[in-house]
Design a protein around this ligand. Structure first.
Ligand code: AMP
Length: 284
């Protein structure tokens, strides 16, 4: 695996490989890699001639400075995992490299409704930062395929919209890979390593809520199931930020189950100082 710290060096290297952009599979990450990230790299390895991963903790997408400061860094282990999973190129840039004009002089994209609901409401400015960094990374790597995790479902739709806004949709395809989970159902996340042991044990209830929302879709009302889940989470000492049902294609929020639509349940909870998000497609 070759590690590049400079965007121009990576671009030159790719140009020297005489490959097409369709040969390049790209997995952007913020590091502290786990099995979910590894699954994306392995999927890209199966499908693409050149696999590129980036590790960059993007300051502009953190609405909470404490979360940014405490974001885990496990670079040595990350590099070993990437080599074992078959990654060819790692981009490991500095903030200055990614934001040569500074973090305030950046382009803002209009994501419309997608940025005003759920994560957009609870993390103001978050998707603006995601848009900025992903647009910059795509310009550098120019991949034919971008591998993203369903775990960050709203982010997937934001990035899909970004590709449309930037005229890239015809050149870069998105593959959304399933969420990898721990044996008790907790979605793998870099932030999980910040949970204390009791918090980690309780965190499995997040998955149980999603399973309950899914399993009761033909037998109960969403409003009632949602209330049960709110109560369950609160009784376990978690603070739910939202539990929502939406159309899986465009994230139109739904008050009730609608079997005529492809639906997704999404939630965010605070577990101590750690914020957990997860989702589940209901009628795949
Ligand atoms: P992050 O490093 O958290 O920015 O995530 C980088 C990529 O990995 C994103 O596309 C995430 O959606 C994806 N990802 C994070 N957690 C998981 C998981 N548990 N399973 C699959 N993909 C994941």
């Amino acid at each position: 695996m070759i590690i590049f710290k400079k965007a121009a060096d990576l671009s030159h290297h790719i140009a020297s490989q005489a490959c097409l952009s369709t040969d390049i599979g790209f997995v952007p990450t913020m590091g502290a890699l786990h099995g979910g990230h590894e699954s994306l790299i392995r999927l890209a390895r199966k499908k693409s001639k050149i696999v590129v991963c980036s590790i960059f903790i993007n300051p502009t997408q953190f609405n909470d400075p404490g979360d940014f400061e405490k974001y885990p860094v496990t670079l040595d282990a990350d590099i070993i995992m990437l080599i074992e999973a078959g990654c060819d190129i790692l981009l490991l840039p500095s903030v200055q490299e990614m934001y040569p004009q500074g973090t305030t002089q950046t382009q803002a994209f209009d994501f419309g409704h997608l940025d005003t609901i759920l994560e957009g409401t609870h993390r103001p400015g978050h998707f603006k930062g995601v848009g900025q960094i992903v647009a910059r990374l795509l310009d550098i790597v120019n991949p034919g395929t971008l591998y993203l995790g369903q775990k960050d479902y709203q982010q997937c739709l934001i990035i899909r919209r970004l590709l449309e806004i930037t005229g890239r949709a015809g050149r870069t395809a998105i593959v959304i890979a399933p969420t990898l989970r721990e044996p008790d159902g907790l979605a793998m996340s870099s932030r999980n390593m910040r949970l204390t042991i009791p918090q980690r044990v309780i965190a499995a209830v997040v998955y149980q809520c999603l399973v309950s929302i899914q399993s009761k879709q033909h037998a109960d009302s969403f409003a009632r199931v949602r209330k049960e889940c709110m109560d369950l989470l609160q009784n376990k000492g978690l603070e739910p930020e939202y539990i929502a049902l939406a159309d899986a294609d465009d994230l139109t929020l739904l008050e009730e189950y609608d079997p005529g639509r492809k639906m997704i349940a999404l939630l965010a909870v605070r577990n101590g100082s750690v914020r957990l998000i997860d989702n589940m497609l209901l009628n795949e």
